[in-house]
Design a protein around this ligand. Structure first.
Ligand code: TYD
Ligand code: MG
Length: 458
């Protein structure tokens, strides 16, 4: 049978289908199949090497053999260096994703300016903006004098040729979705193009020991467009996120072959670009007034750093039929669990009430240690009793209603003490005489309710 020379590639998951369909069988997305030229079958490419005669040999080496450690590129932007695991690794490929307009280009221009001023050859290739636009931004950021080499180019072949002759130490490609390779018939931005271009650039990074930073746009459901395929290829994936209406931005590592993935870097967007925020707790608690019912300060950890934030809950009578549950900044499944525990283990009747939960300032919390703070905020709102104004809360709640100890209790309490908090509602294990602030230990969720009742009487 004659081989068809087009295939249909799903733009959401990258799977290929011989026929067009409204819905991708693999990931279930609608309207994502796009026609592309079929790749040549394996082994028929012109460049496929012919191995005859001599048997192929696999070079095996010892695991323990010494490898010279190349020093990392330290940018001096501490928040960014920490997220990368202590600077950028030479020869690594990094993908930086984020919503349009969040500040990716600004961050990377600032990064390149810092690195270039250390006698390192840095090239910034913009596929989205014209040279003039990038220059204007650099001027506004006060970086016009930085020795960053600039190019506006979208052809992958031209870029690779140029890079090979320039021999840079670090390159930014802004963005991967604008590049196109003339080897493929598909349009720029399609999965096939993005995958092919990323692959070539990653290969270049490894071969020439040049750090390559790829900028990727994020689709409306939060994936870097052209999607998971690129995430697998690169060494590190960083997300730059934040609420457009707030000034601060968070850089988060979701994959890192050279460092931890739970670190965040906090920046503030101002007139002069992005400024580092060394003490995020004070930023997230900024504007916090008197103690109100429904507000709890959560002593959380983001990687190695303690970060305090305010969790707000509102428990209100349900207006119509099914009560509403709306969550911003936390997992709604986890909220359902905490509510179920409060109902079943504490006899707290809230199933017929609307519940709104918000993490102030736009921070996204993923730690289970926030359970107790969420429960405290909900109980506080439902009972109309304020939590101690100078108190923090943390602890994990299990389905049995027990409050379980969480890691790094010390750092949490120390950070709270540093910011002027005088007490904590925390797992029993943290109630230690040596604790820097007074700890009200709670063993179960019911204890928490009782503690709040006691506060109401005080
Ligand atoms: P940009 O870096 O172009 O975002 P991205 O590359 O992620 O699409 O950032 C654009 C936004 O940042 C824009 O809305 C204006 C704002 N901005 C400032 O507030 N101050 C500044 O100094 C700069 C350069 C940008
Ligand atoms: Mg940009």
């Amino acid at each position: 049978m004659a081989r068809s020379d087009t295939v249909y590639v799903c733009q959401a998951c990258g799977s290929t289908h011989p026929k067009w369909a409204g819905r991708c069988d693999d990931c279930g997305e609608w309207n994502t199949l796009v026609e592309e030229a079929a790749p040549a079958p394996l082994g028929t490419q012109a460049s496929a090497p012919k191995r005859r005669g001599r048997a192929a040999r696999l070079d095996l080496v010892d695991l323990g053999a010494e490898t010279p450690e190349t020093p990392r590129l330290i940018s001096g932007i501490t928040e960014l260096d920490r997220v990368c695991g202590g600077g950028l690794v030479p020869g690594s490929a990094i993908l930086v994703g984020g919503d349009p307009g969040i500040g990716k280009s600004t961050l990377l221009l600032q990064l390149m300016a810092r690195i270039a001023s250390q006698d390192t050859r840095a090239i910034y290739i913009s596929g989205e903006e014209a040279i003039d636009q990038v220059r204007r931004r650099a001027k506004r950021l006060g970086l016009a004098q930085a020795p960053v080499a600039l190019a506006a180019e979208t052809s992958l072949n031209d870029i690779l040729d140029g890079l090979k002759s320039e021999g840079p130490d670090i390159v930014v490609i802004d963005s991967i979705q604008t590049l196109w390779s003339d080897q493929l018939a598909a349009a720029p931005g399609t999965v096939a193009q993005v995958r092919a271009c990323a692959q070539e650039l990653v290969r270049f990074a490894k071969k020439r020991n040049c750090t390559v930073i790829l900028v990727g746009h994020v689709t409306k459901d939060g994936q870097i467009a052209g999607p998971r395929v690129v995430e697998h290829m690169v060494d590190a994936v960083l997300y730059f996120e934040g609420e457009r209406s707030h000034q601060f931005r968070i850089l988060r590592a979701v994959k890192n072959r050279f460092g931890p993935t739970d670190e965040i870097g906090v920046f503030e967007m101002g007139d002069m670009g992005l400024a580092e925020v060394a003490n995020p707790s004070s930023l997230f608690l900024d504007g916090r007034g008197e103690a109100n019912p429904g507000a709890a300060v959560f002593a959380g950890m983001e990687g190695t750093r303690p970060v305090l934030s305010e969790i707000q809950a509102l428990v209100a009578p349900a207006a119509f039929g099914t009560p509403r549950r709306a969550v911003v900044g936390w997992d709604s499944g986890r909220l359902a669990m905490v509510l179920a525990v409060l109902e079943a283990r504490c006899g707290f009747n809230i199933s017929n009430r609307d519940i709104f939960l918000n993490v102030a300032g736009g921070l996204k919390i993923t730690e289970p240690a926030a359970d107790l703070a969420v429960a405290a905020a909900i109980v506080s709102s439902a009972m109309d009793v304020a939590l101690p104004a100078k108190g923090v809360v943390y602890g994990e709640i299990s389905l049995s209603g027990d409050v379980r100890p969480v890691g790094r209790s010390d750092s949490r309490l120390k950070e709270a003490a540093k910011l002027g908090f005088t007490e904590a509602i925390a797992p029993q294990a943290a109630a230690d005489e040596k604790a820097p602030i007074r700890v009200r230990g709670v063993a179960t969720a019911l204890d928490l309710v009782q503690t709040l009742k006691a506060l109401a009487g005080e």
